[in-house]
Each structure stands twice: as C-alpha cells, then as structure tokens.
Design a protein around this ligand. Structure first.
Ligand code: NAG
Ligand code: NAG
Ligand code: NAG
Ligand code: NAG
Ligand code: NAG
Ligand code: NAG
Ligand code: NAG
Ligand code: NAG
Ligand code: NAG
Length: 481
C-alpha cells in the first residue's frame, strides 16, 4: 500500500519532467508531424514548437501557456518564419552538426536559419523568461530569440536600436503587418504606420514636438525594457507603470494588429490576459486604420468603424486598410470642380504645404490649380487674426473629431448635386460628433491582502470631440469574485 502511494506520488511529481523535451542537441530535430516535439521552459510557462497558422501551414513559434490553465489557449510571443509558414508534412527544425539551426519546409527548402557556426557541441534551450537560446555546453550564447522579437516584448528583453516590434497582419493572420514600434532617427521610441510608400508616426502624438511629448532626444543609447512588476522605461525618458504595478505577474507588451501597443498581465484566476496599459486611448488616431479616403469613427461597444468619403467606394470589401477610391473622375479640367464642406473631419499628414493668411477663395483657387489636390483643410484663428490653408495630396488617417477648422472635399460639379441630395450620406459622415465618444474599459485586478478577491474596475472615458483634454477617470465598480 505504502509503495503504491509512493509510486503515485513519484509519477505525479516526475511525470511532466520526463515527458517534455528540455533541450535540442546537435544532429537532432523537431518535427512538424509530431505534436509532442516541443521544447518547454523549466518553469513550464513557455513552449517552442510548430504552431498552426492556417490550413496545413505552420510557424515555428514560442508560446505562453500557463501551467495552471485549464484552457487550451496558447499565446504566441515569437515566431521564426511568420512571413513564410511551412508545410505540416516533413517540415523540421534541425540543429546541424555545423552549429546552424535551420527550418526546412516539406523536407526541401530552408525557409529560416540562424546562420550560426560552431565546432563545439551546442544545445537549444528555452529559458524561463521565454528566450530561445542556442548556446555551447559551456554556456556561451550564439543566438537568442530575444534579439529578434516579432510583435511582443517580454519582461527582461531589451528593445534596442537593432530591434523593433512589428504587428501581425490581422487577428488570425500572423504575418508581418504595417505597424512598428522602434527607435526613430531622433532617438524617440515611437509607433509608425509603415507601408511600401507611406510612412507616418502616430505615437507620441505627431502634432507635438518630442519635447512637448516629454521625450528626450539627446540620449542615443536607444534602449527600452519592461520589468515583471509592470515598469517600462526607455532611454528617451518615456516611462510608464502599469495599473497593476508592483505585482510580480506574467506580462507581455504587444504591438497588436490594430496598431495599439498594449501591456497585458496574466490573471491566473480568470485565466486571461488583462490590459494594464495602452499607448493610445483614442483608437481612430492610429494611422492607416481605414486606408486612403476612409473615415474612422469610434462606436461604443463595437469599436472602430470605417466608412468612405462621399463619392468614394471601398476598394476591397474584406480589407479596409486598402481604403476607398473615387467613383468619379478627378482628372479633368479645373473649372469642373467645386468643394463640399464636411465638418468634424481631420486628415492627418500629406499636406502639399501650409499657406497662411490665405482667404477661403484663395485656398480654393490654390487647390483647383493642383492636379494632385484632393481636398484642403482651412482654419481661422480669430485671436491671431490669422488663417491657414492646407491642401491635401492624399487623404490618409481620416477620423471624426472637432478639428478646429473645416474640411473641403474636391468634387466634380456634376457629382456635387447628386451627393448633396443623398441625405443618408450626411448622416454617415457624421455632421454631429458631439454625441458619445469612445469608451475604453480597463480592468485592474488588485489583490487584497486579507481577502484576495476584491476586484476593482477602472473605467477610462474620453469623449472624442475634445482632443487635448486629459482623460477623465471615472472610478469604480467593486465586485466580488
Ligand atoms: C521529445 O519528447 C518526446 C516524448 O518524450 C519524444 O518522443 C521525442 O522523441 C522527443 N524529441 C526530441 C527531439 O528529443
Ligand atoms: C496573411 O496575409 C498575407 C499578406 O496579406 C498574405 O500573403 C497571406 O496569404 C495571409 N495568410 C493567411 C494564412 O491568410
Ligand atoms: C503607393 O503605391 C501604390 C501602388 O504602387 C500606388 O497605387 C499609390 O498611389 C502609391 N501611393 C502614394 C502615396 O504614392
Ligand atoms: C518604476 O519606475 C519608476 C519611474 O520611472 C521608478 O521611480 C521606480 O523606481 C521603478 N521601480 C522599479 C521597481 O524599478
Ligand atoms: C541614456 O539612457 C540609458 C538607458 O535608460 C541610461 O542608462 C543612460 O544613463 C542614459 N545616458 C545619459 C547620458 O543620460
Ligand atoms: C482583398 O484583400 C485580401 C486580403 O488582403 C486578398 O486576399 C484579396 O485577394 C483581395 N481581393 C481583391 C478582389 O483584391
Ligand atoms: C497674417 O496676418 C496677420 C494679421 O494681419 C499678421 O500679424 C501676420 O504676420 C500674418 N502672417 C503671415 C505669415 O503673413
Ligand atoms: C449632437 O448630438 C448631441 C447628442 O446626441 C445632441 O445633444 C446635440 O443637440 C446634437 N447637435 C446637433 C447640432 O445636432
Ligand atoms: C472576502 O470578501 C467577501 C465579500 O466581501 C466576504 O463575504 C468574505 O467573508 C471575505 N473573506 C475573508 C476571508 O475575509
């Protein structure tokens, strides 16, 4: 009887250790055909193996799976070949005797490699922090995944001048998207929308100088790090502490596919990731959301919603980032155009120039004279007795809010009447933005020392028609678990 109990105890204690692979040695490989071929960190929190990303498509990935978690959910924190998934059959990650770590697709092509060389024996090991390290048996590291992040920064991993985070394409498509977190040439840690021929910075707020955004441009060490307590600090003096700062939790800083940078903490009890900080509180300020000629609006409980400018139609019905195209011909003679005033619209960037003390008529004339002018923004400041005219060559980053001025869209005269008669459009375009603004919900779990089950919820509410006001904080709902 005693032996049986001892045996059960023994199996319970040691079974996990024997059934998981801790290291991969020279001459061995992990196969895409064997689900049990994964490397696991000693604390059991991270695993590395072939992760399904589509129909018979796999990426070699590192994922987080809390040991205590009952659910099968895995959170990918790194990928080797995000832009080139491999076949589920005969694909392998092999550590060659030459010291190179290679990923082969369907037993044929090398789709990814570390390009490492070593004559001594090597091993590939996943650390407790989630770092996949290729090292000599003596402990010297030749390559580590922390030096090549994808969309996630884990605690203790440094973001440097050589590394950046790149969002994934969509919630279900892990390949490289258009949003990047990196140190720019001026040493400022920033978020960029970056496509083939369009690149624009949207965080820190682009209308502020780095100084106004409290960023320090004179430290060129370009280094940023997150700790497990929820503190983030960067060499440009940008720092933040998470709303649950001080607790030792599993955390990840992820540049999400929607272009927002979020810090998540793992809630053991709820078995889910909880947002404990985010870069942008106004979702529509993130660039590129609705593509060219699109308009982003925030709908409470639903999120961001895209629409097209009047007279424009969506280019690809499954992908808003491709934007909208005009339904009319914008190329013919100057006298055939007029302008339609649309209020509460702001298109950031792509100005042909800024022209001060222009009358509205002069601004119209200027735009009509430029073949590439799609619209213009016109502001008048009574205090300064000064007006400004901004002709736009590309209508990107459009969103609804009270830009202190007016937006004039260039439309062929013959289309204008038709557009104006379409009553629905005016409503769609939202001539009234003073209705409900974005409602963002942040939840913070604070462990009560005595009870441990008191949950605070912190609501962040910001009406989108006031751009520069501070967040109004409305606290708090108390619930019991
Ligand atoms: C990993 O562990 C499984 C189960 O113990 C075993 O079948 C497999 O051969 C191991 N793979 C490697 C590469 O060591
Ligand atoms: C993911 O997006 C990329 C780029 O648009 C595309 O080439 C690829 O086929 C997509 N992958 C899947 C699995 O949909
Ligand atoms: C970007 O490139 C695409 C295709 O090459 C082109 O249609 C588009 O006009 C370009 N945009 C700009 C702003 O140059
Ligand atoms: C967290 O950050 C704040 C502000 O940068 C700093 O004062 C504090 O010492 C940090 N705490 C830890 C534990 O690093
Ligand atoms: C630059 O930033 C790094 C990282 O935050 C810091 O260690 C270093 O002291 C800073 N250098 C100067 C000159 O302030
Ligand atoms: C629309 O976009 C999706 C995703 O980028 C792409 O797979 C599809 O081919 C596009 N459709 C058209 C008609 O261009
Ligand atoms: C615009 O007009 C105002 C008032 O007449 C004047 O003070 C200001 O200098 C002018 N600005 C430019 C750029 O000409
Ligand atoms: C705009 O909407 C708000 C809230 O729905 C309403 O109170 C206000 O009267 C509206 N203003 C106009 C000009 O329609
Ligand atoms: C924890 O809080 C709940 C609800 O406030 C209360 O019913 C319970 O008695 C508390 N438990 C302890 C151990 O204080």
């Amino acid at each position: 009887m005693g032996t049986l109990i001892l045996f059960i105890l023994f199996s319970v204690l040691f079974a996990p250790a024997t059934s998981t692979n801790r290291t991969l040695s020279n001459g061995l490989s992990l196969s895409s055909e064997k689900p049990e071929d994964v490397l696991t960190s000693p604390n059991g929190v991270f695993s590395a193996g072939f992760y399904p990303v589509g129909d018979n498509a796999y990426c070699f990935a590192i994922w987080f799976a809390s040991r205590t978690s009952r659910s099968q959910d895995r959170t990918v924190v790194w990928m080797a070949n995000r832009d080139q998934p491999v076949n589920g059959r005969k694909s392998k990650l092999s550590l060659l005797r030459t010291g190179n770590l290679i990923l082969t697709d369907a037993g044929k092509f090398t789709v990814w490699e570390t390009n490492t060389v070593s004559i001594s024996s090597l091993e590939l090991r996943l650390s407790d922090a989630g770092n996949l390290v290729l090292r000599t048996l003596g402990g010297g590291s030749l390559w580590e995944s922390f030096d090549f992040p994808t969309d996630t920064l884990l605690p203790q991993r440094f973001l440097t001048s050589d590394t950046k985070l790149v969002s994934s394409r969509s919630q279900t498509n892990y390949s490289s998207g258009f949003y990047k977190l990196l140190f720019d040439n001026d040493n400022v840690l920033c978020l960029l929308y970056d496509r083939a021929n369009i690149s624009s910075r949207y965080w820190p707020e682009p209308w502020l100088t780095p100084g106004q955004a409290q960023r320090f441009v004179y430290n060129s060490s370009r280094i940023a790090v997150l700790d497990s307590f929820g503190n983030f600090s960067s060499s440009d003096k940008f720092t933040f502490s998470s709303t649950d700062y001080g607790q030792l939790l599993h955390r990840r800083l992820t540049l999400d596919y929607d272009g927002n940078l979020r810090l998540y903490s793992w809630d053991e009890e709820g078995e889910m990731w909880v947002v404990s900080w985010q870069a942008s509180q106004v979702p529509c300020i993130i660039h590129g959301v609705c593509g060219a000629n699109g308009i982003c609006s925030y709908v409470p409980d639903i999120g961001r919603k895209c629409s097209c400018l009047p007279g424009y139609k969506m280019i690809n019905h499954t992908d808003w980032s491709q934007g909208c195209e005009p339904e009319f011909d914008l190329s013919f003679g100057k006298n055939k155009f007029d302008f339609w005033l649309l209020s509460y619209l702001d298109y950031y960037g792509f100005d042909y120039g800024s022209y001060h003390n222009f009358t509205l008529a002069q601004c119209k004339e200027l735009c009509l004279g430029l073949p590439e002018c799609k619209a213009f923004q016109y502001t008048f400041s009574r205090e300064q007795g000064r007006s400004s005219c901004y002709p736009k060559t590309l209508l990107m980053n459009g969103h609804r809010h009270s830009f202190p001025g007016s937006f004039y869209l260039r439309v062929p005269k013959k289309n204008l009447l038709k557009l104006l008669s379409n009553a629905n459009l005016a409503e769609n375009i939202g001539l009234n933005c003073s209705s409900v603004g974005p409602l963002l919900l942040e939840r913070v779990y604070l462990k009560n020392r005595v009870n441990g089950t008191v949950k605070f919820m912190l609501w962040l509410v910001q009406p989108n028609y006031i751009k520069w006001v501070k967040l109004s904080l409305i606290v708090s709902i108390l619930t019991h678990l």
